[in-house]
Design a protein around this ligand. Structure first.
Ligand code: FE2
Length: 466
């Protein structure tokens, strides 16, 4: 967000609500310290979608709170930031010494479901953000929900097209990003190797604010979030910027490693978010947490069970094919995903869209998860064009930028669409029904895919109307 735009916005709001709204009183007590929020974004604040975390960055304004309400003109409830605003320091191998702005997180609690809220964040004496809004998700256990899913976003014109398409869909109020966000770790190739440029996190935060200040962004780390530079004194702490800049509901979901893996529930869905770039073998913290989380899922409440990680377990693209994080994590976790009847697994990393048939141990299997690779949101590395001959488990593949959308209708039927960025339009290029057999709400049950657009897949019962 441009600072000038913030000032204009604040003045305009002051002029329009000068009489009633207590939130506005005293906001600009000291114009010399004007330091309003930048890079505002949202995340669900708990595992049930009943609270929202607002995150933002200031230069020096250490105080922070959020005013919110269900009317744009009555932001009369205030919540303080969760902890003291924090900076982090990043020393690049190649010279950049970066000290971040002050990073603030505040949690708005006790939100009603399916309700539109307005808010602004900031602090008295330093200035406030524009007024943003979000619509809360449905209560856990209800049947309908729509969300967007993307991966490998970056900050190019293609990235902007993708998030504009998400923004222009009035039916979706939550986006899952399966890792690789800013590409700050390799933003400036002034050396033969990577040159991490933390300023690119700030430009990314500004780029996405207009979308993700108005709907929660639920994300996980990709390889571009590792940002471990070396040798010392360069920064060695993996995922440093990712951990500091985001606040996912990890603690609330019983995880112990910050934003690295966690779960949450919305309406009819239990989402599991994993990290391909840390220990995942049996006995590791992540594996044992996953096992416990899978056991906790009550399919009579959340019939749909989705998992996400950055590196795909199934993909037929030549790029990033069968990397250790892909084959290793699959070897470690595929059995428990299969046993617990995960419906779909989203991944990125490969910059091309690919939808797999339900597959288990390299063979199509109607009881297995459907794999969807969606690492094509628009980063600067471009689409991955080269493919191996198409395996039997690969249903549809296309190396183009775009985003995915899941519309859950009930406990048995969800509609998956992949929207390709075609000029300025988001054009549906892949379109199937994900079908669960809800006759038995827990295992065993069959998955099915019912394609539109004339594509067919044998082996599953045909889609029936509902
Ligand atoms: Fe990646």
């Amino acid at each position: 967000m441009l600072r000038a735009a913030v000032i204009v916005g604040v003045v305009a709001v002051l002029a329009s609500v000068s009489s009633a709204a207590p939130v506005l009183e005293g906001r600009m007590t000291d114009s010399s310290s004007f330091d309003p929020p930048t890079q505002v974004h949202l995340a669900l604040g708990d595992t049930a979608g009943a609270s929202m975390v607002v995150s933002w960055i200031t230069t020096n304004a250490s105080a922070g709170h959020v005013y919110y309400g269900t009317s744009k003109d009555k932001l009369n409830t205030r919540v303080e930031q969760l902890a003291d605003a924090e900076r982090y320091t990043f020393q690049s191998t190649y010279g950049e010494h970066y000290v971040s702005g002050l990073i603030h997180h505040a949690k708005i609690p006790n939100l009603a479901p399916l309700t539109k809220y307005y808010y602004r964040c900031g602090a008295d004496g330093f200035g406030y953000s524009d007024v943003f809004s979000f619509t809360t998700p449905p209560v856990v256990g209800t049947s309908k929900f729509i969300f967007s899913v993307i991966g490998d976003l970056g900050q190019t014109a293609n990235s902007s097209s993708t998030i504009e398409h998400i923004k222009s869909d009035p039916t979706t109020n939550l986006t899952v990003i399966v890792g690789d966000l800013s590409y700050a770790d390799s933003a400036e190739r002034t050396t033969p190797t990577r040159n991490c440029t933390q300023r690119r996190w700030d430009s990314w935060g500004e780029l996405v604010e207009h979308v993700f200040a108005n709907q929660p962004l639920m994300t996980l780390p990709g390889n571009h979030e590792i940002e471990q530079e070396g040798p010392p004194p360069a920064t060695q702490e993996k995922f440093l910027a990712y951990q500091k800049r985001f606040r996912m509901p990890w603690k609330e979901s019983g995880a112990t490693n910050g934003n690295l893996y966690y779960s949450f529930e919305v309406g009819p869905v239990h989402f599991i978010m994993l990290n391909s770039y840390m220990d995942f073998d049996k006995g590791s913290q992540q594996y044992e947490w996953l096992l416990q989380d899978l056991k906790k899922v009550d399919r009579s409440v959340t019939p749909w069970l989705f998992a996400s990680m950055h590196a795909p377990w199934y993909n037929s693209n030549v790029f990033h094919h069968n990397e250790p994080e892909e084959t290793g994590m699959r070897a470690a976790m595929e059995d428990i995903m299969f046993k617990h009847n995960v419906d779909a697994i989203f991944s990125g990393h490969v910059h091309a869209y690919e939808r797999m048939f339900p597959v288990y141990k390299n063979k199509t299997n109607p009881e297995a998860p459907t794999y969807l690779n969606i690492g094509d949101a628009g980063n600067r590395e471009g689409p991955a064009y080269l493919y191996f001959p198409q395996p039997k488990w690969s249903a549809y593949r296309e190396p183009a930028f775009g985003h995915g959308r899941v519309e859950i209708f009930n406990a048995t039927h969800a509609h998956w669409t992949w929207h390709k960025n075609l000029n300025s339009e988001a054009t549906v290029s892949d379109d199937v029904w994900l079908v669960r057999n809800a006759a038995i709400p827990s295992s065993p049950y069959k998955h099915g895919l019912t394609p539109l657009f004339g594509r067919t897949f044998d082996g599953f019962a045909p889609y029936k109307s509902f």
